[in-house]
Design a binder for this molecule. Structure first.
Ligand SMILES: COc1nc(N)nc2c1ncn2[C@H]1C[C@H](O)[C@@H](COP(=O)(O)OP(=O)(O)OP(=O)(O)O)O1
Length: 157
């Protein structure tokens, strides 16, 4: 099995979460956090901060990112496992702006657009929103059907 290591950053204000509408590439036309591939010789926290800046202009110091999740995604017929490291932060600088990849928007925590997000999000977002940490695995058939999954609450990374 090959692995692709990716980041996903969810910026929070008191009762809001910043999501971005993906304009191209993997997950196009879905709302998601900000993130992407960890480059060679780059740390995961540094990659998370870089992707956030590139995709919506917000600046977060890697030290201000809190790792809250680790999810492995597998797709039937594809030998590539996506290893996604999920982070959150409330300490950022700047104002989010639209880029070639993402259109950012704040959502109230009671109004997350799950119908226009990856289907797995419905399962683990409640853990994130309630301040829990988690590890998970999802097996997808295509991009819309979860065949199998497990999700566990953990105390720390
Ligand atoms: C399959 O379920 C997923 N759910 C959620 N919520 N997020 C996911 C899922 N699979 C991948 N992701 C995240 C991980 C990353 O944040 C993005 C994908 O990043 P992308 O493929 O756009 O990475 P880049 O480095 O920007 O692009 P290239 O690989 O084309 O350079 O989605």
């Amino acid at each position: 099995m090959n692995r692709k290591v990716l980041t996903l950053v969810l910026i929070r204000k008191l009762n809001e979460v910043l999501l971005g509408y993906k304009k191209r590439g993997f997950g196009v036309n879905k709302w998601n956090g900000f993130g992407g591939k960890v480059e060679a010789k780059e740390g995961i926290y540094e990659a998370a901060a870089r992707e956030l800046r590139e995709e919506c202009g917000l600046v977060v110091l890697p030290v201000n990112l809190e790792k809250i999740g680790l999810i492995n995604f597998e797709f039937v017929g594809d030998p590539l496992i996506l290893e996604v490291h999920v982070f959150t932060s409330t300490k950022y600088e700047g104002h989010p702006f639209e880029t070639e990849e993402m259109l950012p928007k704040w959502f109230h925590v009671t109004d997350i657009p799950f119908d226009d997000m990856w289907v797995d999000d419905k399962l683990w977002f409640p853990l994130f929103l309630s301040g829990k940490k988690f590890k998970g695995y999802f097996l997808f058939q295509g991009h819309d059907v979860i065949l199998k999954h497990n999700l566990e609450n953990i105390t720390c990374f």
